[in-house]
Design a protein around this ligand. Structure first.
Ligand code: SAM
Length: 385
């Protein structure tokens, strides 16, 4: 496909997304119907679609209207690409722009320039203060590809040449002691020997930093209360010789964990009944959240979130924390984490919990903003007296 034809495909897919089809489904359906597209075409089209979803408001304003065609026009304008080189009308390229289309559009301002939903702007301003613009700008760009080197198997310095031999170029990141930032060859990771042999895991830098900040010690009994795919369980297991147990309300989410643990040479037990296995020295509650710290990876979430949804999430977050509190040993640690930057899901949930649970005190609190090597995250470390 020509570069212009890839934009043509992106327009088609974006129109379906604007009609309500989830992005992944629209991309897969298009790929099934379009056998002529190779893997590089599919990857480039996906990048165009997600670049626009991250900037849904500003590209519509700068392109003149919320349609796939106008939003591609808005993106090209933002990126300083001459629209006439894409809207050529040749082959599968988008049709040439009419005079009305060329005249439409204006510079995005306010909430549109920040690419945040208008209804939530005040809430973000309240949570982030002077950091709002930096936060919003980070979400308008692609997320970094980050690896965690499995320190049980090799050092970070030794991992760099091993990855390079497989065409994956990575550099040391400040985000966490075992973090690498991949600068080239990211698409080769999943099929690499380094990945298959458990030398590295794909894991965001701030996620790694959360696991690093936990007061883990050899010999502890540890519960990952919302383990999901087990990213944090694995990062914890690389740090200490402790007994690790992983629980998730949705047991299906844990299905890949045994295989991931085997690859990493880690021991993690799947736990179906945390109450039966209590007490624990350390419990991590990496709770379900809005994902507002990681919307650059999943930009549809940014446009889907509303006040009701946020309220339901905060209720669930409080419930999980209260359940976990009953399972912590005296003197033990209850850690609460979200990949959100919103006060409502972070400081406020912890403050209400502490107000009702005098037996716990706040030992440490960390806020991460999305940046070059990591997503936005929050961690509160609570100690049981
Ligand atoms: C943010 S994700 C966890 C990500 C995971 N810790 C990681 O690092 O890969 C939140 C998880 O919480 C789970 N969950 C939802 N409600 C829950 C509940 N009431 N108790 C425990 N887990 C729950 C979800 O199924 C989801 O897997």
């Amino acid at each position: 496909m020509t570069p212009a034809a890839r934009y043509g495909a992106a327009i088609e897919i974006l129109d379906q997304i604007l009609d309500g089809t989830p992005a992944e489904k629209a991309l897969t359906t298009w790929a099934r119907r379009s056998r002529f597209a190779g893997s590089k075409d599919r990857a480039a089209i996906r990048d165009h679609v997600f670049d626009i979803l991250r900037r849904k408001r500003s590209t519509a304003v700068e392109g003149g209207v919320e349609t796939g065609r106008a939003m591609v026009l808005g993106l090209l304008r933002q990126e300083g690409i001459d629209p006439a080189t894409v809207f050529t009308g040749e082959g599968h390229a988008p049709a040439t722009l009419s005079e009305a289309e060329q005249a439409a559009g204006q510079p995005a301002e306010g909430g549109a320039a920040l690419d945040l939903p208008e209804a939530l702007l005040e809430m973000f301003r309240d949570s982030l203060g002077d950091d709002l613009a930096e936060y919003a700008e980070a979400l308008r760009h692609r997320a970094p590809v980050m690896l965690r080197v499995n320190s049980r198997k090799l050092s970070r310095d030794a991992a760099i040449p091993k990855l390079a031999a497989e065409g994956i170029i990575a550099e040391v990141s400040e985000a966490a002691p075992n973090a690498l930032h991949v600068t080239e060859g990211a698409r080769k990771i999943n099929n690499s020997n380094a990945y298959r042999d458990g030398l590295v895991e794909l894991q965001d830098g701030a996620s790694q930093a959360v696991a690093e900040a936990l007061p883990l010690e050899d010999g502890q009994k540890v519960l990952d209360m919302c383990a999901g795919g087990g990213g944090k369980s694995l990062a914890m297991a690389a740090r200490a010789k402790a007994r690790f147990m992983a629980y998730d309300a949705n047991a299906q989410r844990l299905r890949d964990l045994p295989e991931r643990a085997r690859r990493a040479s880690a021991q993690i037990e799947v736990c179906n009944n945390p109450e039966g296995a209590a007490p624990f020295d350390l419990i991590l509650c990496d709770v379900p959240c809005s994902g507002s710290g990681s919307w650059r990876r999943a930009p549809e979430g940014k446009w889907r979130m509303d006040a009701d949804g946020l309220h339901d999430l905060t209720q669930l977050q409080g419930q999980i924390l209260r359940r976990a509190a009953d399972l912590v040993a005296t003197g033990g640690t209850l850690a609460y984490a979200t990949c959100s930057v919103l006060k409502q899901e972070n400081d406020d949930v912890v403050a209400s919990f502490l107000a009702e649970n005098q037996g716990f005190s706040l030992t440490r609190e960390i806020h991460w903003l999305p940046g070059a090597d990591g997503d936005g995250f929050y961690l509160a470390i609570l100690t049981a007296q």
